[in-house]
Design a protein around this ligand. Structure first.
Ligand code: NAD
Length: 498
């Protein structure tokens, strides 16, 4: 938490290394008064930040980006320590975060600069413009699974759009949030444009109630509902980036080797703790057996653990293991089969890879987010049945389609009810800064990343400037009957034919 704020309680919490349980550091649990003080500082900085204009903000943000990139290894070490993920994965996360910071800084002006629009026949005497203004102060609440990449999708885009930001990182990864705020402070920016407050859900609630002008929340669907209820009391706008149950569809003409490679990464990477990771795989009947056999071989070669060479790390949040266990139990009880691993794959904070097949669609392994290295592979007749099953979920974050015919893949993408689709890869959308990121249904609403992500952190300002008196003025209390007649005639000529 910013050291400019006087503490009013002594409450603290510890961040732990999930690989060992060792205490990494102790952080304050910011209470309402402290959060309000931080938000007040952010508000005082908002006017200055807005006045920097697009060019000024771009300079600051690119400087920030460079400072992060120079210290990438240091930040990656904090990510690895707090999440337990291998250092290469942590570095990859820093690379992605930096790309987004760069893109948002460079593209804010072209996206948000005031632009002229056609004024139409009725208002021919007006010049019309659309502009985008910052909200003021944006509160960002983040999760632990990608503690840099995920919140950076809000922080960078909100800052580039001219807002100041108060960030509440997950209580499992406070060090990443503090690192980011300290790095910003090291730029010698004269105002507290970006600050971090640490704490648990109570600090998150305090941020939502603090009078910020918008909340960007990333986390579970259940918490998003609570956040939305709190936002409703003050009509505070909200972006909700929540959980997923992403499906991968494998068509009969797909490159099975490539599909297996991506499925292994998409389902097991980061121990399955990826919001848009692969959790369900629907494979067309003609290639089902081959896919399962090759996938089984690939997954069996993975080694979870706490070393730099491990395939993936531990469950960052210990109690998530119980959810994974419950889903495996439910799938097996309903007649599903474990072709790799099973209940004995869970040991300590680690879970060995699990592949379940022939799992009934009503099983929780299909209906609920798993967030572990466990995946279901079910047989479908063809791509259409795969789409139908993928769409049966209450979640709608991402999906992937593997096919030999990319045109068919694009047609399938159109039919999938979700926010993001990738053809012949997984998570392809996450690394393209120009592509909006977000979902539908229980996966939330609103978009981060891309031009839409910049607009998400802006309020729209419409403007007309009258350039000459209207030849036929209808906006008067002394409207002339002749003008009305002419207008009705024009209405019929323009819209009443055909
Ligand atoms: P979570 O919902 O438990 O917590 C998220 C954040 O909300 C934390 O910072 C927490 O302290 C805070 N919080 C908790 N209660 C709160 C309250 N009442 N008011 C305000 N804030 C509160 O989620 P998590 O376990 O940290 O993250 C995992 C979830 O995040 C998964 O469901 C995952 O799919 C999702 N996720 C989604 C995306 C996406 O972009 N869609 C990205 C990453 C993670």
């Amino acid at each position: 938490m910013t050291d400019q704020i006087e503490r009013t309680t002594e409450a603290t919490f510890e961040s732990l290394d999930p690989r060992t349980g060792a205490v990494l550091a102790t952080y304050p649990v910011a209470n309402s008064a402290e959060v309000e003080a931080v938000v007040a500082r952010a508000r005082s900085a908002a006017r200055w930040w807005d006045a920097q204009g697009f060019a000024g903000r771009r300079r600051w943000l690119l400087e920030y980006k460079s400072a992060i990139a120079r210290d990438a290894a240091d930040l990656a070490a904090v990510i690895a320590a707090e999440t337990g993920k291998p250092s290469e994965d942590s570095l990859l996360e820093v690379m992605l975060g930096v790309e987004h910071l760069d893109w948002s800084a460079r593209n804010a002006a072209t996206t948000l600069r005031q632009r002229k629009v056609g004024s139409g026949l009725l208002a021919i005497n007006q010049k019309a413009y659309v502009g985008y203004r910052p909200f003021g102060v944006v509160g960002v609440i983040g999760p632990w699974n990608y503690p840099l990449y995920t919140p950076m999708g809000s922080i960078a885009y909100a800052l580039a759009a001219g807002n100041t930001v108060v960030f509440k990182p997950s209580e499992l990864t406070p060090g990443v949030g503090v690192w980011l705020a300290e790095k910003w402070a090291s730029l010698a920016c004269p105002h507290p444009v970006f600050q971090t407050v640490t704490g648990d859900g109570s600090t998150g609630t305090a941020l939502v109630e603090s009078g910020v002008d918008k909340i960007a929340f990333t986390g579970s669907t259940a918490t998003a509902k609570k956040v939305m209820a709190t936002c409703a009391t003050t009509l505070t706008p909200l972006i909700a980036e929540c959980g997923g149950k992403d499906a991968m569809l494998v068509d009969s003409d797909a490159d099975i080797g490539a599909a297996v490679e991506f499925a292994t990464f998409g389902a097991m990477g980061n121990a399955g703790q990826t919001c848009a990771g692969v959790e369900r795989i629907y494979v067309a009947a003609p290639v089902y057996d081959r896919f399962v056999s090759e996938f089984t071989t690939a997954v069996k070669a993975l080694r979870p653990g706490g070393t730099t060479t491990s395939s993936y790390g531990p469950m960052t949040m210990a109690r998530q293991s119980e959810i994974v266990r419950g889903q495996i139990e439910d799938a097996l009880a309903r007649g599903g089969k474990a072709v790799v691993g099973g209940l004995d794959s869970l040991h300590g904070p680690y879970i060995d890879p699990v592949i379940l097949t022939e799992v009934p669609e009503e099983s929780t392994a299909i209906t609920e987010e798993t967030f572990g290295p466990t995946v279901v592979v079910n047989k479908v007749r063809d791509l259409d049945e795969g789409i139908e099953r993928a769409n049966a979920s209450k979640y709608g974050l991402g999906a992937s389609v593997f096919t030999g015919d990319t045109a068919a893949g694009r047609r399938a993408a159109e039919k999938l009810d979700c926010g993001m689709v990738t053809v012949n890869s997984v998570l392809g959308f996450a690394g393209v800064p120009a592509l909006p990121f977000g979902g539908t249904g229980d996966s939330g609403f609103g978009r981060i990343h891309g031009a839409d992500g910049l607009r998400e952190f802006s309020t729209v300002k419409s403007l007309t400037v009258q350039s000459f008196a209207a030849p036929v003025n209808l906006l008067t209390m002394r409207r002339k009957a002749r003008n009305m007649k002419l207008s009705v005639l024009a209405l019929k000529l323009r819209h009443g034919r055909g």
